[in-house]
Design a protein around this ligand. Structure first.
Ligand SMILES: Nc1nc2c(ncn2[C@@H]2O[C@H](COP(=O)(O)OP(=O)(O)OP(=O)(O)O)[C@@H](O)[C@H]2O)c(=O)[nH]1
Ligand SMILES: [Mg+2]
Ligand SMILES: [Zn+2]
Length: 344
């Protein structure tokens, strides 16, 4: 069984557990979640127990009572990756908790899209997770590599961009400096980019199944179906493999300033603090675009994400929702009246 430190235990977590002031508690980490069960690992053992009634995410730390094994309490999360749950405007989904680094895995051959990458970065920054961009499958088209690195660096300023392949010996070596004993790393990215393959390379054996991508469109088929925490071989730390996600809908705007750091920096020089960088006088951002020193697509993206998050936050706030509802009803009525007037 692994030590607590190998599982990512820290003095801060120990202090939290002690503060619960209950005798005989054992810390354990959530390694996997299923419909009604949770997989736990700890130096004292590994268990799969009923999870009903618990709001947990992979990577969570919990305080257990043994005999029988029951969760007493989830410990506070140091970091989180939270997205807007798909299909439900007002629900957050914690993709992983207590993660130190997120490997944003993409692959040569069309997966790398600046606008999608920005969303993943915002997700990381909002939750206090350090992002690293991984361009995998570099064996496919080495000539294409420079261009892809350029795209990644432009949309992820200041973020390490590393390359990998599971087809060459040592093709995963650039990942190693980002792994460390007790550190938790999560892999996020589209289905079929090779997340599980990279994990298997690191482990030196197949711990997660992988599957050929479809010939026609190069897209994966969601081979990995659940998030799972793995303890890496050779004391390299921990890694969470996840099912492919192409898009993330943002839950909060907290990561946007860091994601668009160059726009945030320029904002200081806009005449208005809450400048939307649209048509306000004295806008340093618009001026930079006009001077050719700032990519207009970045500003457009910043605006889109900002608007998206604001709209979602309004949906979550019942009063704002009511206001929006009334506005919408009024608009519909006005359109109907306008039509009637025009005899249509
Ligand atoms: N050419 C090439 N193929 C790779 C590389 N890495 C993985 N693959 C292949 O890509 C396909 C998909 O790999 P997976 O590891 O299953 O991808 P995944 O990201 O885990 O996909 P999901 O679990 O669906 O999210 C498999 O056929 C792998 O053999 C690589 O570096 N080069
Ligand atoms: Mg997989
Ligand atoms: Zn401005």
């Amino acid at each position: 069984m692994p030590t607590l430190e190998a599982l990512g235990w820290t003095p801060a977590r120990a202090a939290q557990l002690a503060a619960l002031d209950l005798p005989g508690l054992t810390p354990a980490r959530v390694a996997g979640l299923h419909r009604s069960t949770v997989e736990l690992v700890s130096p004292a053992g590994a268990w799969t127990i009923d999870s009903r009634g618990e709001s947990l995410a992979v990577g969570d730390w919990v305080a257990l009572q043994l005999e029988p094994v029951t969760i007493v309490q989830r410990l506070e999360r140091a970091t989180t990756l939270v997205r807007q749950a798909s299909g439900r405007a007002t629900t957050a989904q914690v993709l992983a908790a207590n993660v130190d680094v997120a490997l944003l895995v993409t692959a040569l051959g069309g997966d790398l899209a600046p606008r999608r990458l920005e969303r993943f970065l915002a997700l990381c920054y909002a939750g206090g997770v350090q992002p690293v961009v991984v361009i995998n499958k570099i064996d496919l088209d080495p000539a294409e590599l420079g261009r892809s690195i350029g795209i990644a660096e432009a949309s992820a300023p200041g973020v390490p961009v590393i390359t990998s392949t599971t087809r060459w010996a040592g093709g995963r070596d650039e990942l190693l400096p980002h792994l460390a004993p007790g550190r938790t790393v999560v892999m996020l990215g589209s289905s079929g980019v090779g997340k599980s393959s990279l994990l298997n390379e690191l482990q030196g054996r197949e711990v997660e199944p992988t599957r050929e991508v479809r010939e026609r469109d190069g897209l994966g088929q969601h081979t990995t179906t659940a998030r799972h925490l793995h303890l890496l071989a050779e004391d390299r730390g921990l890694i969470i493999d996840t099912p492919g996600i192409r898009e993330v809908a943002l839950w909060s705007d907290q990561g946007l300033d860091a994601t668009f750091a160059e726009i945030t920096a320029l904002n200081e020089r806009c005449a208005f603090r809450d400048c939307r960088h649209l048509d306000e006088p004295g806008c340093a951002v618009v001026a930079a675009v006009e001077a050719g020193t700032l990519d207009a697509a970045r500003v457009e993206s910043w605006r889109t994400l900002q608007a998206e998050v604001v709209a979602r936050q309004a949906m979550r706030d019942p009063r704002a929702r009511k206001r929006a509802g009334r506005r919408m009803a009024k608009m519909i009525k006005e359109v109907a009246e306008e039509r009637r007037r025009r005899g249509r």
